[in-house]
Design a protein around this ligand. Sequence first.
Ligand code: GLN
Length: 198
Amino acid sequence: MIREDAVMKIGVLALQGAFVEHIRMLRELGLEAPEVRLAHEILGLNGLIIPGGESTAIGKLMASYGLLDPVRRFSKDHAVWGTCAGMILMAKDTGRNQAGLGIMDITVERNAFGRQIDSFEENLTVDVLRDGHQRPFPGIFIRAPRLVAARGSARVIAYLADGTAVAACQGRWLATAFHPELSNDLRFHQYFVDVVCS
Ligand code: GLN
C-alpha cells in the first residue's frame, strides 16, 4: 500500500497568473499539486511554486491574504520556486518599492527586455538539468525580468547567449525569469522536485 505521505505535494500559489500550467506539469510528473490561496493551505506541502503573472498584483494579493509571512516562514526549511513575476517576488532587491517575499539574495530588474511585444524564446544551456548540456531548454520570456546580481550562496544557473543571467538557485530556492510551465519540457519541474525539494 502506498502511504499517503509518500506522494510529494507541491503547492502552486493560485492568486493570479499562470498557475494552471504549473499544476498540469506537476501532475504529469505524478505529483499532487494543490492550489494555494490561504495560509493554512501551505501546511503539509513539500514545496511551493510562485507563478508568473503580474508581480505587483500577486504581491498585493499576498499581502492582503496574509500570505507573505507564512510563505517566508515556510521557505526557511522548504523549497520555493518563483517563475518570472514569481522571481521578482523571491528577490530581496527589486530596486523598487513593491510588496514581495524577499527570500533570495538576488537583485532583479523588472521588465528588463521591454514591453509585452518584446517577448521572445531562446534556447538555454542549463547544466543542472538532465542532459542539460546536450539538450537546450526552451526558455519562454514574457515581459520578463533579468537577474542583475546573485549574492551569498545564490548562484546563477542559466544565461542568455548575450550573457544576461536568467535563473538562479540558492539552497532549496529557485528563480527563473522564463516560463518552463509554458513549454512541453518537464525537466525544470523535475529538477525542482528531485534536487531542490529533496
Ligand atoms: N512583467 C511582469 C512583472 O513585472 C512579469 C511577467 C510574467 O510573469 N510573465 O511582474
